[in-house]
Write a protein that binds this ligand. Structure first.
Ligand SMILES: *[C@@H]1O[C@H](CO)[C@@H](O)[C@H](O)[C@H]1NC(C)=O
Length: 328
């Protein structure tokens, strides 16, 4: 039923991607947000003392402080206060931006409002990647939002790449219409797991088996990307639904980028070794909490449309990480 062209990630040079949680982590987040001015002060002090390993991005910082536009500057606009960023797709091109910094492990989050109306064939992406282009050795963590015909549900596709190989797709329905308002899409990344969150709900858990030849991207730092592009060769109902250019331009909006992560500084970044100094590396962040597990179980029962680990037709021998339990 699924062939590989349905799952072309389209990540490549033309692509761009997202995510917090309940319990211990959400308490920390709540604390972190309320103590943001203090954190910024601490960050400034740390910068002054030339010891910067942890980056807490100011969500109110200007776009230029955090990002560069990757291509098609003229398809990028901001709200008058500069806090909302709009990416536009027409039949000439899409558009994308990326962080100036690379990070290894941490918490990455963005609010997105997706193209509304008839958006079949349009993909909005929020992803992390070790490279600017589609290098053959790249690692990636992807959130992709697949547009649809008016009134039909958007799907989110998530994927993981390691050394240029992907094929780890999952697809979910959402429990809301992502074109109506902003929602938060986040990734928790440490040496034990990658967790994809939609608002505060963990929708996908990808575990590290800790072995030498694992399929877990953990050695290379990543940039964050956001982009919009045309993928009507595969995105909506496997390429059956074509983009209706009469409805162009298609616009997706982004705001409140937030990162609480280890910022990579060449040549000897502090994030080279995994420590348990930061909350995202600490024991509570190695597993889902009990309340996160309840939400996650609900998502698994109700919203999973596709899981590569269940696709025996495509993988007569399932990839090794499929035997890892998300509950551990
Ligand atoms: C679009 O809507 C159709 C009909 O509800 C559904 O089968 C499909 O999964 C939806 N999403 C995409 C990306 O095709």
């Amino acid at each position: 039923m699924h062939n590989s062209t349905h799952f072309h990630s389209g990540s490549q040079a033309e692509k761009a991607p997202p995510f917090p949680a309940f319990s211990a982590i959400s308490l920390k987040m709540a604390k972190r947000v309320s103590s943001m001015p203090i954190l910024l002060l601490i960050a400034a002090l740390m910068a002054a003392s030339s010891y910067v390993s942890k980056a807490a991005a100011d969500p109110k910082a200007s776009f230029e402080d955090n990002f560069d536009i990757m291509w098609s500057e003229d398809h990028f606009t901001t709200s008058t206060d500069g806090q909302i960023w709009h990416l536009s797709l027409d039949n000439e091109t899409g558009c994308g931006f990326q962080t100036k910094q690379k990070y290894r492990f941490g918490w990455f989050s963005m609010k997105l409002k997706l193209v509304g109306g008839d958006s079949a064939g349009v993909v909005t992406a929020y992803y992390m990647c070790t490279e600017n282009g589609a290098g053959p050795e790249r690692d990636e963590v992807d959130f992709e939002f697949l547009g649809n015909r008016t009134g039909q549900p958007y799907l989110i596709q998530t994927n993981i790449y390691k050394n240029g190989t992907g094929n780890r797709e999952m697809r979910h329905e959402l429990w809301f219409d992502p074109t109506e308002e902003f929602h938060t899409y986040s990734v928790l990344w440490n040496s034990h797991q990658i967790v994809f969150f939609v608002d505060k709900i963990a929708v996908r858990v990808f575990k590290n088996n800790g072995k030498e030849n694992n399929f877990f991207p953990d050695s290379k730092p990543m940039y964050l990307f956001s982009s919009i592009w045309n993928a009507d060769d595969w995105a909506t109902r496997g390429g059956l639904e074509k983009t209706d250019w009469k409805k162009a331009p298609f616009v997706s909006s982004y705001k409140e980028f937030s990162v609480d992560a280890c910022q990579w500084e060449d040549p000897f970044p502090a994030c080279v070794s995994t420590t348990t100094k930061n909350w995202w590396d600490q024991y509570p962040a190695w597993h889902l909490s009990d309340s996160q597990k309840l939400d996650y179980a609900w998502v698994q029962r109700n919203l999973v449309i596709y899981d590569y680990c269940k696709d025996k037709e495509r993988f007569p021998t399932l990839p090794e990480e499929c035997s890892l339990s998300p509950w551990d």
